[in-house]
Design a protein around this ligand. Structure first.
Ligand SMILES: C[S@@+](CC[C@H](N)C(=O)[O-])C[C@H]1O[C@@H](n2cnc3c(N)ncnc32)[C@H](O)[C@@H]1O
Length: 221
């Protein structure tokens, strides 16, 4: 039987459509539909922004953990970074990283430029996320982040997991953006990090049927 877990904007499932209608997606106020429209362009490699329900759930985690600093691994258009910035206090910071800023420049920055109060909370870093995370560790930032969202190249998920565990404070939440049955190299890499978290006594972990599946991992106190 095919999986019924999918992002709300791709779904015709009545329950998913209903729950997404009832949920209040604050990011829509900041033009989520503009991000979606950009992503419909067939020339875009990564056409998938985080689904609104995933971004809203992440925002709830930022609120619950009272995070002041957030890691956003995989910027793409900037939609997820923007969502986290909405929930952070005025002096909060999102460190968002990507190997390209093409989609950010075309889709996210024009939206953020109209919201300087959000733009100032986001530090967009260009380059390999592994290198950027290692630099943060080297700069003494270990244990200082309250929330991390992993949503980039699947082959590096295990490395991202280890580096985020180092950078997160106890009680911090790690959010791994996709869960699928292991078939190809990407889904096998996601499955491997899911099993790694499940076997890691330093964390609580649970898989949610939200969007196309989300793994929430919380570093224990
Ligand atoms: C699924 S998209 C991210 C979506 C975004 N988080 C959102 O919610 O809109 C994945 C992104 O990861 C980036 N990426 C791929 N490999 C990377 C790497 N080694 N380091 C940093 N970013 C990478 C891609 O360029 C792409 O923009």
């Amino acid at each position: 039987m095919p999986s019924t877990v999918e992002k709300s904007y791709e779904s015709s499932d009545k329950l998913i459509v209903y729950t997404s209608k009832v949920s209040k997606y604050c990011i829509i106020a900041i033009s989520y539909n503009r991000f979606e429209k950009y992503c419909l362009n067939p020339s875009i490699t990564y056409r998938i922004p985080g689904a609104p329900e995933e971004l809203e759930m992440g925002k709830a985690m930022i609120h619950l953990t009272r995070a002041r600093k957030v890691l956003d691994i995989g910027t793409f258009t900037g939609a997820s970074a923007l969502a986290w910035s909405l929930e952070l206090p005025a002096d909060g910071k999102v460190i968002s990283m990507d190997v390209t800023h093409e989609s950010l420049n075309k889709a996210g920055l024009p939206i953020l430029d109209a919201h300087p109060e959000l733009r100032k909370k986001i530090d967009f870093k260009l380059g390999s996320a592994v290198d950027k995370l290692k630099s943060l560790v080297a700069s003494g930032a270990s244990g200082s982040f309250g929330f991390a969202f992993i949503d980039a190249d699947k082959g590096n998920y295990s490395v991202y997991y280890d580096l985020c565990m180092e950078l997160l404070a106890p009680g911090g939440a790690l959010w791994d953006g996709e869960v699928v049955e292991p078939k190809d190299d990407s889904s096998k890499a996601i499955d491997a990090v899911n099993r790694k978290a499940a076997a890691d006594s330093r964390v609580f972990n649970t898989l949610f049927n939200i969007g196309d599946g989300v793994h929430l991992i919380v570093k224990k106190h």
